[in-house]
Design a protein around this ligand. Sequence first.
Ligand SMILES: [Fe+2]
Ligand SMILES: [Fe+2]
Length: 382
Amino acid sequence: MKLVSLFGKAISDSMQSNLFTLPNFEAVAKSSQAQEKKIIQYEQAEQLFLELLAIDNLDNQLHQEAAKAREFEQAISTAITAAYCHDVNDDRAHLFLQRILYWINRLKLFWYDDLRHYTNERSLYLSCCRNQIEAAWQAWEIAQIDVPALQKLDVKQALIERASSDLNPPSSPESCYIREQMSEVGYRHLLAIASFDGLVEGSRLSRILGGAANEVQCTLVRVLLEEYGNGRLSRKHSTFFAQMLEEFKMNTEPEGYFDLVPWEVLACANQNFLTTERKLYFLRYCGALTYFEVAGPAAYKNYLAAAQRLQLSNAAMGYWELHIKEDERHGQWMLDSVALPLAEKYPDDAWQLILGYDQEKLMGDRATKAVVQSILTQEQAN
Ligand SMILES: [Fe+2]
Ligand SMILES: [Fe+2]
């Protein structure tokens, strides 16, 4: 009762202030001086948020931290307007929002650190912030997809056709650059960014495995088991990733290069957190994972070609080699034993498999472009 009433007060305070209203920042965004101020504001706001996150039982203490919370909420409102309500692509706003979402979502995984870091895992205030960002972000993402057109498709046929063309996609400017031009500096930068996912691979998949037993569930478990090296750390995919980093004496701690991760990559992770959190999106997640496993080998072949051209050691490219073999199998399993059976079991909702598949592809391509851009910037700085 105490928590609810206190939180109720916090929520009503927030509603009166700015968590749920979008102030007009159009005028401010026009001047570059204001733009600079906004950058600082986002960084400061993230810092304030991290301070809130560290407070023991935040929901109960919120009334004492009202000023901090209000400033943070103000930044969220500003960023939501800048990222999703205007045509201009405000990367800073996107980055701020995706980082906040990630800070909240990551509490759903265990990091083998201080148990007190999880004190706010079930905080209503954090849920409220997450929902606020997600609602605006998801509306913006889905507007980029022609959902009515998807709903008219023959789902099984569409899945089969998409999977066969994504197995061998045409070259893109990004894939050509990676294969033919990326330097060793660029390769290390690629590893740094990719380690954000590579070192905790399969973690999100683990969240959808529990429940009724059937062939679909068992196939998903089989994929997870392979990602997890059948329970042997030496064979776990993340270990192969760590070995690549070790070859360059790079940081092998998960999230060690968090600050290098572009918002487009964070968005892929946060999308996964959302679709594995809500059972309502189970089909979307399975569609997304089908794309991820099907499309993996083609992407990894580019990274492998780059490593071979740069004459790197086997350990510096082992993860890609492993995935070229395993993900071809995983992609086939996902299509034949997960996506197609689910399409049959849920005829009215089966289009959501395609929605998940297409969104993963769209967001994945967007992330690849951002990573290559980041690599180019890094190479030019050297
Ligand atoms: Fe893997
Ligand atoms: Fe895989």
